[in-house]
Write a protein that binds this ligand. Structure first.
Ligand code: ZN
Length: 202
């Protein structure tokens, strides 16, 4: 593992990143790239994308496709199912059973609105928790097939909330102030080549 930092002076002056012409993971000849994008704009209204295209060989692209599929799809499906289940349980079973609605002076019609709002909030929490737990369990199950690589990736929910992208051989992360891009290379040799190509200090 080798980490390089790339300063981002301003959204108007984006660094142009040049990668070596071979696979970041295994060093074989480049068969394609896997684009990574970060929004480096500091305002919410307009987005400014910093884009770069790390090279991969044919096998590593296929591996990356499988890893991506396996990172996002189980999370999406299990988050959705957890949300539905959480909503139904809260709305129809748990909330109506709670004893303090009369005590709070909430009548039936108000109760339905309160239940609905609380159930939606609960559904959102279930989606995050359920999605993450099931994703983790599935990753553990898949580890023998994909190798430890899949376990080293952060849970989808963290990757989504932090500016972070993983591809095989590289982890790219933007600091929260959007001023520094860090690139962690799996291979020191690739990091050195990249640093030389981009005039970065090691
Ligand atoms: Zn490769």
């Amino acid at each position: 593992m080798y980490t390089l930092t790339v300063p981002i002076k301003s959204p108007r002056q984006l660094p142009k990143l040049v990668f070596p012409e071979r696979c970041l993971k295994c060093g074989k000849s480049k068969a394609g790239t896997r684009a990574i994008q970060f929004d480096v704009s500091k305002s919410d209204k307009k987005s400014v994308m910093l884009e770069f295209e790390p090279p991969l060989c044919k096998e590593c692209i296929e591996l990356e496709n499988r890893l991506e599929w396996f990172s996002l799809l189980p999370f999406t499906i299990s988050a959705l199912l957890s949300a539905i289940l959480g909503f139904l349980l809260l709305f129809f079973i748990i909330l109506p059973l709670l004893p303090f609605w009369d005590f709070l002076g909430i009548n039936d019609r108000q109760g339905r609105v309160v239940f609905f709002v609380l159930s939606c909030a609960g559904a959102l929490a279930s989606a995050v928790v359920g999605g993450t737990i099931i994703e983790f369990a599935l990753k553990l199950l898949a580890a023998p097939y994909f190798g430890k690589l899949i376990l080293s990736r952060p849970p989808t929910i963290i990757a989504l909330s932090r500016d972070l992208h993983d591809i095989v051989g590289l982890r790219a992360q933007l600091t929260s102030d959007k001023k520094i891009l860090t690139l962690t290379f799996e291979h020191e040799e690739m990091a050195k080549e990249f640093a030389a190509l981009n005039g970065l200090a090691l």
